[in-house]
Write a protein that binds this ligand. Sequence first.
Ligand code: ZN
Length: 176
Amino acid sequence: MPKLTILEFPDPRLRTIAVPVEHFDNGLARLIDDMFETMYEAPGIGLAATQVDVHRQLLVLDVSEDKNQPMVFINPRILQRDGEQVYQEGCLSVPGIYADVTRANQIRVQALNRRGESFELEADGLLAICIQHEMDHLAGKVFVDYLSPLKRDMVRKKLEKNRRGRVESESREHSL
Ligand code: ZN
């Protein structure tokens, strides 16, 4: 069992808009560690605090093959976005569902690290997708919001069915 409970769509708490992190204390350090443990165990490649019912602007991710490049983004802001890319996204809060989403191909992001120090990063490919996906969570958005209402309704029904039968053996490898 992962350390923290991951909220699942359509849980209304996933719609909460996160507030900025202000205190870089032991509590925050513990939360970050617990989020990484939960993300790796799930397994997923990204996790936003919103997904574990903590409504602060914090996300963790690791898009590396070997799962050895943990990254933390606190109070992130996208400074610049360029181009477009389409990727079949999944989400730990929408288990077993994958759908194409169009996002910026390249982004420039500014955030704070776990010690409260500011940094800037240019990202493209999967890293850029992951950051944008997790930042959506902090704004109360889930990737299925990009689907048509009809498709979103199908997702909701499929999830309800899965939950009843718990036939949830599909890989979560690429879930964000
Ligand atoms: Zn997600």
